[in-house]
Design a binder for this molecule. Structure first.
Ligand code: HEM
Length: 438
């Protein structure tokens, strides 16, 4: 007969296997740095996010609120289960919870070894400061909002006018990326497809983190191009703000901060395309947002910006937020040694129907009336000192682009999925497969 300890160990091993198979593998398979179309479609078809949430709820019921320890090939990790612990991890960043860590450094070093996210203590504050000076978190309307609006208008209108047939992801993301390059560098970069192509190749390798050696020649070509673009950056562009700030501090490495921006604008494109699915949904919210689009002038589109936040709440583009303990940390009943990776599975928290009445519905109002702000684990843009510095820029840029694209038109879902329902929204939404008629 097995002893109690052996029984516990075996139980723990089977729990770990379940977390690995249902939670971690589907996330890694989809591609952490560059989404893979096939695995993304499979994950949506198999509803893996729902299965993952079920496993985590079960863990919390059986083992309590503390992060649940797992060990993966000798790597110590812990899955976070309680919303208050998400708040603690993000607030106590970068000490004792570092936003860098082995996996992230391994992945990001493929194209930005000195980006702020993976910067150690000595360099982090000035790189963070330079990012904030350019991206201006905390301000709903970026100081260069007018420039941004003009760029969004031009690219979105050109897209709508040139469109023959339905709008698919390839066409949409090409125009969105062009807007992103203009926003980052200025008009001259609109047709700089090469930079985006190089970044794509590097990101595909980055999915393998430190398991794939970096392609040094490609990385050098990419970063050289970004550096040259930063040096030419036009007034009113994001890089011009960064360059001004970085001029006094060589360690900021502007081209690597900008490399992260170009990478992250892809998440914004995905969020934007899914927001279009929300606009065309059967939910009453969709109708209200379309009214705002038709009726409201100027840069301030609160409902449409809230729709972008709903898009990333419902279908987070950062599948997992990771923090690494820099020393031993103490929780309710457990302690974790230095080096433990704490894993926050975004959709488990964002879609927690045991806590959030609106878990599976499109409810943009939560971002306007304080309900979302009161929830410690609704963190599509992360939170605390390492929160996404584009937390306000992204909703602004996307709202301006979508308004220009949709205004005066009758957007509708055109793929076989049909319009999203008013309630019970699917846990995954494969953006590669979405199509719209305008
Ligand atoms: C839908 C779009 C986006 C979402 C949902 C998003 C979300 C996030 C999240 C969750 C993090 C924290 C990651 C972590 O802790 O591992 C982050 C970090 C960051 N994001 Fe974003 N992001 C988006 C777009 C952007 C864009 C367009 C930019 C730049 C123009 C940007 C710049 C950054 C930077 C520089 C960091 C690192 C911050 C630090 O470590 O201090 N993001 N973002």
């Amino acid at each position: 007969m097995p002893t109690q300890t052996e029984g516990r160990r075996a139980g723990h091993a089977s729990e770990t296997a379940r977390v690995l198979a249902s939670v971690l593998l589907p996330n890694v398979a989809r591609g952490v740095i560059l989404r893979r179309p096939l695995a993304t479609g499979l994950a949506a078809g198999l509803d893996t996010d729902r299965a993952a949430a079920g496993v985590l709820h079960g863990l919390r019921e059986r083992h309590g609120d503390d992060p649940f320890p797992i060990s993966l090939a000798g790597r110590r990790a812990a899955v976070v289960l309680a919303p208050e612990d998400v708040e603690r991890l993000l607030r106590e960043t970068p000490e004792p919870f570092s936003p860098g860590g082995r996996e992230k450094s391994g992945a990001l070093s493929h194209f930005q070894p000195h980006g702020v996210l993976v910067s150690e203590h000595a360099d982090r504050p000035r790189r963070r400061w330079a990012n904030e000076a350019a991206l201006v978190p905390g301000q709903a309307i970026h100081p260069d909002g007018d420039t941004l609006a003009a760029q969004a208008d031009e690219e979105a209108l050109a897209l709508a006018l040139a469109l023959e047939g339905d709008l698919d992801w390839r066409r949409f993301s090409r125009s969105f990326n062009a807007m992103a390059r203009r926003a980052v560098f200025g008009a001259f970069a609109a047709r700089d497809y090469r930079t985006t192509e190089l970044l794509r190749a590097l990101r595909a390798r980055a999915n393998w983190a430190y398991l794939a050696p970096a392609r040094r020649a490609t990385r050098t070509e990419f970063l050289d191009r970004v550096r040259a673009n930063v040096e030419r950056a036009e007034p009113g562009s994001l890089a011009a703000r960064l360059a001004e700030d970085a001029a006094e501090d060589a360690d900021v490495r502007p081209e690597e901060q900008v490399a992260h921006w170009l990478f992250a604008f892809d998440a914004a494109a995905i969020a934007a395309f899914r927001a279009l699915a929300l606009l065309t949904s059967l939910s009453p919210g969709g109708h209200e947002v379309r009214e705002e689009i038709e009726d409201r002038e100027g840069l301030d589109l609160p409902l449409l910006r809230a729709t972008v936040r709903e898009s990333v709440r419902l279908w987070p583009t950062t599948l997992m937020i990771i923090r690494e303990g820099t020393r031993e940390t103490f929780w309710r009943e457990r302690s974790f040694e230095a080096g433990t990776a704490f894993l926050v599975v975004s959709s488990y928290f964002h879609r927690d129907s045991t806590r959030l009445p609106y878990a599976d519905a499109f409810e943009p109002g939560i971002w306007l009336d304080g309900r979302a702000a009161r929830e410690p684990a609704l963190v599509p843009f992360s939170g605390g000192p390492a929160e996404c510095p584009a937390v306000d820029l992204v909703p602004l840029a996307v709202s301006l682009f979508l308004r220009s694209l949709v205004r005066g038109r009758r957007p509708a879902r055109a793929d076989a999925g049909g319009p999203l329902p008013a309630s019970g929204l699917p846990r995954s939404l494969n953006h590669f497969a979405l199509r719209f008629s305008l």
